[in-house]
Ligand binder design. Structure first.
Ligand code: AMP
Length: 188
């Protein structure tokens, strides 16, 4: 069983790579950003709570995010494993994820961090914003805030899993295929 965290700053290509990894390894893709956007689209109470944080480029509070992730896993079973995209984004989320997986007699087997520099991230996200219609992709100040949130709250998650011996860094610059091949080497 593979339980992979695809890791890295916003705009590092996590979602794009996750789609290819899912096909090659038969994993279930869980993106908390996508789950929140579905909740917002369906105008649920959870969506209303998340929206104000997301539109400013701030992280949604841990208890909201962890509860949603736990529910999602309850509804899904995949013996091949999962790819977590955009989760965990704080140490508290990482600890909660480990507990949730432990209850299911499994654990995180790999964390793969995509390494991309800040200027490239801002350019990629502004470019994506032209078609994604995501409010958080369309304003440089909000994008820079998302990067700040990542550096301050999310980046320590790399070391947390490094201590478990499962963290890997991959160069996130280059063609999609080149980046995927680097990931494939780690997973196979
Ligand atoms: P993403 O689609 O992964 O770029 O996430 C978009 C936004 O959703 C983030 O900027 C956060 O506001 C929120 N979000 C997604 N995942 C999480 C998470 N694990 N913890 C807190 N906020 C999250």
């Amino acid at each position: 069983m593979i339980n992979l965290i695809i890791f890295g700053p916003p705009g590092s290509g996590k979602g794009t790579q996750a789609q290819t990894i899912v096909e090659k390894f038969d994993l279930t893709h869980i993106s908390t950003g996508d789950l929140f956007r579905d909740e917002i689209g369906n105008e649920t109470v959870l969506g209303k709570k998340a929206k104000e944080y997301m539109n400013q480029g701030n992280l949604v509070p841990d208890e909201v995010t962890i509860g949603m992730l736990d529910n999602k896993l309850d509804q899904s079973q995949n013996p091949a494993g999962y790819i977590f995209d955009g989760f965990p984004r704080t140490l508290a989320q990482a600890e909660a994820l480990d507990e949730i997986l432990k209850k299911r007699n499994t654990k995180i087997t790999h964390l793969i961090a995509l390494d991309v520099n800040d200027d490239e991230i801002v350019n990629r996200l502004l470019e994506r914003g032209k078609t994604s219609k995501r409010p958080d992709d369309q304003n440089e100040e909000i994008i820079r805030n998302r990067i700040e949130e990542y550096l301050e709250k999310t980046s320590p998650v790399f070391n947390y899993y490094n201590e478990q011996g499962v963290s890997n860094k991959v160069d996130g610059m280059g063609s999609m295929d080149d980046i995927f091949n680097r990931i494939y080497d780690i997973l196979s």
